[in-house]
Design a protein around this ligand. Sequence first.
Ligand code: G6P
Length: 367
Amino acid sequence: AAVGKGNYRHFMEKELHEHPAVLGDTLRQYLDPKTLEVRLPRLPFDPARITRLTISACGSAFLAGMVGRYWIEQLARLPVDADVASEFRYRNPPLPEQGAAILISQSGETADNMAALRLLKEAGQRVLSVVNVPESSMARESDGALLTVAGPEIGVASTKAFTAQLAVLACLAIGFGRARRELSTLDEGRLAQTLLEVPSHAAAILEQDAQIRELAAEVAKARDVLFLGRGALYPIALEGALKLKEISYIHAEGYAAGEMKHGPIALIDSEVPVIALCPSGPLFEKTASNLQEAAARGGRVMAFTDAEGAKALSRFAERVIVLPQLGEFSTPILYAIPVQLLAYHVAVLKGTDVDQPRNLAKSVTVE
Ligand code: G6P
């Protein structure tokens, strides 16, 4: 049956509002809410035995892979190489014997990533794909597939499939951590608990729509926008910039907050919104001090944070959006939602074709 927009103006808006349900469905697939245990189906490789992991993807799926790298390295102490498929396929990287790879794709048909898959298999790698379309080429040709339970995604710019990819990768990181004896049952339970709280917090963030629309009104006037984040929120800063570019056609860059002083700081003036993803936690002080530097140069700091972080940031930020506070592990999933929502509202204000942005395709099946 054809998928409709229901009462929403755009598919993208509808799909943004599906975040809580999709996250719940995807997490339930891989996480037992009663025992707080990750339950993965049989994988094509043994995470306890591999020495390295390769992640390949394109677009937003690659940014999910970057978050996955932070998580897997941290929880499973496994070195991870994450690259865009178009680079990976021509890089001729040295691959370990019996090595393992994860491919991430909503459609499961993206040409560059299909080429990466064939190359990996020729090189004797065991390939697991994380896909949204069960009957896709990638799901069929991989040695194993984990499904994101996002349902059909129609808007060209990925939204719910992206957070569902994060949910699967979070479960994989926990599962790998346990398999490699890097995580205790207690740690596993604690991490699982924060993941299980994500859907209700996601719903609460969608309720903050009016606040994000106000921020969008400011951002819509800008010519350039800078997104900053650190750690696993750095890829989310990239996702914020990518979405804004794709659907509102405003030039945006995502940067690792600590790298700002090596470049983007030169762009900062009173015209450039600096959008920061800065939850409280171990990296808070570091990011906050980068933001203060931006503010000291006349930059307009607009921060997404939590109640604790807001205390310090409201001293110099022009706007602070207070998001629900959640265990550090789950913040990348949660913070993806307001940056996607922001891009959506900016695009609506600019009157662009939100669901079919110019020059872009939902699934890029040619190189
Ligand atoms: C296109 C879409 C993006 C998507 C990317 C990768 O560029 O516009 O939203 O992230 O392709 O697609 P895939 O289907 O492999 O996830």
